[in-house]
Design a binder for this molecule. Structure first.
Ligand code: ZN
Length: 400
């Protein structure tokens, strides 16, 4: 009967609303949930009882009174289940188990040199299996797997193009669904990085922010009015391919002078090699091919002037692109994440100088530039958060 169906659906939506409020505001009393949701106290109490029975909520004890009887405070039970989040980087796989509140319980990192689809997917599957084995037992077990990929991903979880991996048309979601009997979510790594920082990191109290993933390439996850902006096909945020100089260096996308040919880790290493860097600890002839970001960071730490200047130049070019984004989007926060955030000490000043001299002054007034609070974990944590949010959103569906 339709009316019964409507009532059941309404109850599920209300229950989701109560749980969502507890997840984001705990410790919280039943009375405060009623105020925040607009649901009456009787409804809140009966839904809370059901949520306690289903292990999502626990009572912690009496809280502060605002006049009358001290209220019983409620907690979200983060350990009711676990999610797996994976950051498929260009030269590494970082996979983690988080609880339902995003706290990392286990993690595993694998360095990659072979990016073929077969090798990467085999290592990825092995890595996830080993994490599943190490996950503590819980009422709901592992509720899903999220994977962030450095490329364009469609809504079926197909990786349409990942130039820095050399991948085209890889049905990654389907491949993982065949291996694991769990819900799988695949998304662009900058999008999941933005969600990670928004949900658990630097952007928790911010509604309009841009997360910049600066690694081998550059991508952005754009959060507008608290939601990820995906564009019509889910391909938004390819800021690394903004044209900064139409006759500039050739980019992996086939165009010239893209932002990432000036300001990414790949560009930095390329420039370092062409500088013919000489250091007393590096024999140029044999080491020139082995220069990587870690080499450059340790040279900068030792005060190597040409390397410090190189980081400053990268910071300048980052500032140029960020200026364009700030002028267009008027965000509250720019979060710089992924590997280039490790160089914050040497790029921060030149980013700020460029922004201060080039961006529109009105846009700068309420805007901050920070580095990822979750460090290298932003994308993996964000991938886990997609799995977690899908798990809870499914509570709103009518069928059980
Ligand atoms: Zn490009």
């Amino acid at each position: 009967m339709k009316i019964t169906g409507d009532l059941q659906l309404m109850k599920k939506i209300n229950k989701y609303l109560v749980l969502d409020t507890i997840r984001h505001h705990y410790p919280i009393s039943r009375a405060d949930i009623s105020v925040k949701t607009g649901l009456n106290k009787t409804t809140v109490s009966s839904l809370v009882t059901e949520l306690i029975e289903s292990h999502f909520v626990t009572e912690i004890g009496l809280g502060e009174s605002s006049g009358g009887r001290k209220p019983m405070m409620l907690l979200f039970n983060q350990r009711a289940g676990y999610a797996i989040g994976v950051d498929l980087g260009v030269n590494y796989i970082l996979a983690m188990v988080t609880d339902l509140g995003g706290t990392v319980v286990k993690e595993k990192r694998i360095e990659m040199t072979d990016w073929s689809v077969e090798t990467v997917t085999e290592k990825l599957k092995k890595c996830i299996h080993s994490l599943i084995k190490k996950t503590p037992s819980s009422p709901y077990g592992i509720i899903g797997i999220g994977v962030g990929v450095p490329g364009l991903v469609d809504d079926q979880g197909n990786v349409l193009s990942a130039p820095n991996l050399g991948w085209t048309d890889v049905p990654l979601q389907e491949m993982l669904e065949r291996e694991f009997d769990l819900p799988i979510a695949i998304d662009n790594e900058a999008n999941v990085g933005a969600l990670g920082e928004k949900e658990f990191g630097a952007g928790r109290s911010v509604s309009n922010m841009i997360y910049l993933s600066v690694g081998i390439g550059i991508g952005a996850g754009i959060i507008l009015n608290d939601a990820l902006y995906r564009g019509v096909s889910g391909f938004s945020g390819e800021v690394g391919h903004m044209t900064l100089a139409q006759d500039g260096p050739l980019c992996g996308c086939g165009s010239r002078g893209c932002w990432e040919t000036f300001a990414s880790e790949k560009a930095l290493i390329h420039q370092a090699k062409s500088l013919q860097l000489v250091d007393e600890k590096i024999q140029v002839a044999e080491a020139i091919d082995k220069i990587n970001l870690n080499t450059l960071l340790s040279l900068a730490k030792r005060g190597h002037r040409p390397v410090i200047d190189l980081f400053a130049s990268t910071g300048h070019w980052l500032g140029v692109g960020i200026t364009n984004l700030v002028n267009v989007f008027n965000p509250e926060l720019i979060v710089i994440g992924n590997r280039m955030s490790l160089a914050s000490e040497w790029i921060a000043d030149s980013i700020c100088e460029t922004l201060n001299s080039h961006s529109l002054s009105f846009h700068r007034q309420k805007m901050n530039v920070v580095y990822a609070k979750l460090g290298m974990n932003s994308s993996a944590a964000g991938a886990a958060s997609i799995a977690i949010n899908r798990f809870f959103s499914a509570m709103k569906a009518l069928s059980d």
